[in-house]
Design a protein around this ligand. Structure first.
Ligand SMILES: Cc1cc2nc3c(=O)[nH]c(=O)nc-3n(C[C@H](O)[C@H](O)[C@H](O)COP(=O)(O)OP(=O)(O)OC[C@H]3O[C@@H](n4cnc5c(N)ncnc54)[C@H](O)[C@@H]3O)c2cc1C
Length: 371
């Protein structure tokens, strides 16, 4: 293995492979080690939720995934109770029906574009704790199991080790959320890790990974536990389920639960920033193909001028419908919103999320790594 690797990812599951793609796009020297000698071709998950579809579209990766998909399902479910996704505020009000193995195959093949290797038959020893199968069953060709176990790592970051996906949380597969949660962890983490590797990350940026994603994981654990209770063959559970089934026929209850299961209601806290309805929320429909952030503001304006010294990290585009200026992080979440003449407000957000201009970095303004 190249000893010059800056980030080593243990595990070529959907989480590790999306993270590797993000780091590859950012030009970070990355390698993936996978203990299995080859892909199994087997699938646990069979779906992508709407927020994961948005994430892939943000990088221009959705279309090839759709080409490999089998169906678009306009609904989800909560403990088997149907949820109408038509009410969601998204361009993708459906689940993409695609086996996990095809998602992994696509993401691994796409890594070749960045020269990121997947080294199979190698195990990250420090993380290996699982015993091999007992002498789970060697004749069984493929098996999977799940229980109602819910576990979450207390900390997603310990020193230079970061946890994402099933390494950070496990729960029952109720509602079809686990793979989606892991891929969205990776999308939150990738650009932050890339900024650290490049040397332009502002203080505390990497710590926001745990701060933002741990509560999202905890909420999924809670809702899957609730779903498991609702499916118990218990007379008390049955009446609660009947009550909930009735509630879910109302548009507001359907919309709220559908938004939770689909991942479209995730809004990260933005401490130290004046409140605004878009802050922390995703900016639907914004494509960030370069992996950089974006300032959406009409030029000429003071904010456009203020962002010019971060052109290596931020692209610029027009404000939507002549509206307010928005600063969007590389993961598509809005981290500042304001008037397009509020250069001071924008500068504070730029410093908080994108770090100092290159001319003020300790390297004396040497050009950054090509991106
Ligand atoms: C029966 C079942 C049905 C499911 N259905 C759904 C669903 O419909 N929708 C949904 O969203 N989710 C579903 N899930 C959950 C989903 O499959 C997981 O959440 C998802 O696989 C997590 O992806 P990951 O990349 O984090 O981990 P994994 O997919 O587990 O990938 C981790 C990889 O790391 C490798 N590895 C492990 N340890 C090491 C090591 N020390 N060194 C190197 N490599 C290592 C493993 O071999 C593996 O390839 C289901 C799960 C089960 C069990």
């Amino acid at each position: 293995m190249d000893t010059d690797v800056e980030v080593l990812i243990a595990g070529a599951g959907p989480t590790g492979l999306l993270l590797a793609n993000e780091l590859g796009l950012a030009g970070v020297r990355t390698a993936v080690v996978e203990r299995l000698p080859q892909r199994t071709g087997r699938s646990k998950a069979l779906n992508l939720q709407p927020r994961t579809a948005e994430v892939l579209d943000c990088r221009g990766l959705l279309e090839p995934v759709l080409d490999r998909s089998q169906a678009l399902l306009p609904s989800g479910h909560f403990a088997g109770l149907p949820l109408d996704y038509g009410a969601l505020d998204t361009a993708y009000p459906h689940q993409v029906g695609i086996p996990q193995a095809r998602v992994e195959e696509f993401l691994e093949d796409h890594l070749a574009a960045y020269g990121v290797p997947v080294l199979r038959g190698r195990e990250r020893a420090a993380l290996a704790r699982c015993p091999g199968p007992p002498r789970t069953l060697r004749a069984v060709r493929w098996a999977s199991r799940f229980t109602d176990a819910s576990r979450q790592a207390e900390r997603y970051a310990v020193g230079r080790v970061l946890l994402a996906g099933d390494a950070a949380h496990i729960h029952a597969p109720a509602g079809g959320q686990g793979l989606n949660l892991g891929m969205q962890d990776a999308f939150n983490l990738g650009w932050k890790l890339a900024a650290v590797a490049r040397g332009d990350a502002p203080d505390g940026l990497l710590a926001t990974y745990h701060a933002e994603r741990h509560p999202v994981g905890a909420r999924v654990l809670a809702n899957t536990r609730a779903q498991m209770v609702l499916t118990l063959p218990d007379p008390d559970a049955v009446v609660v389920r009947e009550l909930l089934a009735d509630l879910l026929t109302t548009p507001e209850a359907n919309r709220r639960v559908a938004a939770m299961i689909s991942g479209t209601d995730i809004r990260y806290p933005m401490p130290g920033t004046p409140d605004h309805p878009l802050l922390g929320a995703r900016a639907p429909g914004v494509r960030l193909l370069s992996g950089r952030g974006a300032l959406l503001a009409d030029a000429p304006s003071a904010t456009v001028v203020a962002a010019a010294d971060r052109a290596d990290r931020i692209d610029q585009g027009p404000a939507a419908d002549g509206g307010e200026a928005l600063l969007v992080r590389p993961d598509g979440h809005v981290c500042w919103a304001g008037r397009d003449d509020d250069a001071d407000g924008l500068r504070a957000a730029l410093a908080r999320w994108f770090g100092p201009p290159r001319s003020r970095l300790p390297d004396g303004g040497a050009p950054g790594r090509p991106r």
